[in-house]
Design a protein around this ligand. Structure first.
Ligand code: GLC
Length: 479
């Protein structure tokens, strides 16, 4: 089988969040599970891609891409990694920017990227059996294939999968851009128009052979108005082709046994060595160095759907009344940054706010923390709860999306067996969160019980193996 993944961010080349993590590890996981398949991926060549990787790339060729009335230069570079071929599409006008997203012309930039990805198949003579596009930035690849390329023999039988990593971002634009910017004929308006504007995600949902999202629970949630940001009707119409497949995490990159970023390596068998990471973090954060106090951690983009309003409601009370420490890592909305700065300045010996995006520091915090808070309002999959588990930080999560599919509430059954792998609550309610934070605190006081739970949490399997198999089974039903 020949597979081409299309995506706007891929670790370690350029990434801003979970999509980058997934596209950074899924292709290699597919290749490991099915070594005979030809797996390739295409992404933009952003100017932020580091010199280290640029030096490893080979220039293949350049060509012109047609988009509406424009004829646009595109260079294509490639490199091999873990048996996967990565293509990088170069156009400095579109991709020489300080940030991946957030430009006024993002719609045009990713329209170019999608049009160029399809043209590239002809230019490098690689026609996949399956094109697998991710999120709104790649949605037009599915649309253009169906509206513009089906007449060409080599493109006729390409099947398509479209994955929604977060339905909140749909690629919505004014109708007036349809022909001029997106190069779509006015007679095809219906494929993209949704509630009075262009909706790129709608187009991909319509045309794709399968629409997947990143957890089974989220696949159900997005059929409802509460979660779908307006697209629930569309998804209900196509529910027969919607699947939910839980993400995994990169077990080599997130590996407390060998991680070079943390001061003390450990496994669940040597759980005691985790303590040295806590000491190191407390020193780094100027918090009192104490082994007996539980460290609660939040590592998150500071956005409202991460459940930070619940945190705001109860955290000060929790901190003031209890002997605990809190470390926050992440940046985002100004309101939340102010709030965490306030907490850190008022409770200097209890709270540390590190308002940056820093992957290496995040691993030091996962390795140091006892409790990991993730009370998201919605969470398509969530990777942080899996990473926290791998490093033995017990998650406190809300039962939504991928959090519900990966973390189950802790209890001891009649036979005395430890069940579950975290503390969970159902409703988006600050006092339910607070209740679970107290439950964690209480269990923490019982050293042996806590260690049993933390070690069980570390043994959970969140590797890619199972999900890679599920993707491959789904692809094989198409070819
Ligand atoms: C998005 C989602 C997150 C998911 C990630 C990878 O960032 O918000 O829940 O884990 O994509 O699929």
């Amino acid at each position: 089988m020949k597979l081409l993944l299309v995506g706007s961010e891929v670790m370690p080349f350029a990434a801003t969040g979970g999509l980058g993590d997934v596209l950074g590890s899924l292709p290699a996981a597919l290749k490991t599970t099915s070594p005979d398949d030809d797996i390739r991926l295409v992404m933009p060549l952003y100017s932020t891609v580091s010199k280290e990787y640029r030096e490893k790339m080979t220039f293949i060729k350049s060509f012109e891409v047609e988009l509406g009335w424009r004829r646009i230069y595109c260079g294509v570079y490639s490199l091999e990694k873990d048996g996967v071929t990565y293509y990088f599409l170069d156009n400095e006008y579109y991709f020489k920017r300080d940030a991946l997203y957030g430009s006024f012309d993002d719609g045009e930039r990713y329209a170019f990227f999608c049009a160029a990805s399809l043209r590239m198949m002809y230019e490098v003579d690689f026609y996949p059996d399956i094109l697998h596009a991710h999120d709104w930035q790649s949605a037009l690849a599915v649309v253009y294939l169906n509206l513009k390329y089906r007449g060409i023999k080599e493109y006729q039988n390409i099947k398509t999968v479209f994955t929604i990593h977060n339905i909140q971002y749909q690629g919505q634009y004014d109708m007036s851009l349809l022909t001029d910017i997106f190069g779509i004929n006015s007679c095809d308006t219906g494929y993209l128009e949704y509630e009075g504007c262009i909706n790129l995600m709608k187009g991909a949902i319509h045309f794709a052979d399968y629409v997947t999202t990143v957890s089974p629970t989220y696949a159900n949630e997005i059929m409802t108005p509460a979660y779908a940001h307006g697209l629930d009707h569309m998804l209900r119409c196509y529910q027969g082709k919607v699947r939910g497949i839980l993400n995994g995490i990169d077990y080599d990159y997130y590996n407390p046994k060998e991680d070079k970023d943390i001061v003390s390596n450990y496994t669940w068998r040597s759980y005691g060595k985790k303590a040295a990471n806590k000491t190191a973090l407390q020193e780094y954060c100027n918090l009192p160095v104490r082994e007996d106090v539980p460290v609660y951690a939040i590592i998150s983009r500071l956005a409202s759907h991460k459940g930070l309003d619940l945190i705001k409601h109860i955290m000060e009370d929790f901190i003031a009344k209890n002997d605990v420490q809190l470390v926050i890592l992440g940046k985002g909305e100004y309101d939340y940054e102010c709030y965490f700065n306030y907490l850190a300045s008022k409770y200097k010996d209890k709270v540390s706010a590190l308002l940056v995006y820093d992957r290496s520091l995040s691993k030091r915090i996962y390795a140091a923390a006892d409790v990991f808070l993730m009370p998201s309002k919605s969470e398509p999959c969530g990777l942080s709860q899996m990473i926290a588990s791998r490093y033995g930080a017990v998650p406190v999560t809300r039962e939504t999306g991928g959090l519900y599919d990966s973390i189950k509430g802790y209890y001891i059954d009649e036979k005395g067996k430890v069940c579950g792998n975290g503390f969970t609550f159902a409703n988006y309610d600050a006092y339910e969160l607070s209740d679970r934070m107290y439950a964690a605190l209480e269990l923490y006081r019982d050293k042996e019980a806590w260690q049993n739970l933390a070690c069980k949490v570390m043994r959970e399997d969140f590797s890619w193996e199972r999900s890679a198999k599920t993707y491959l089974e789904m692809y094989s039903t198409l070819v």
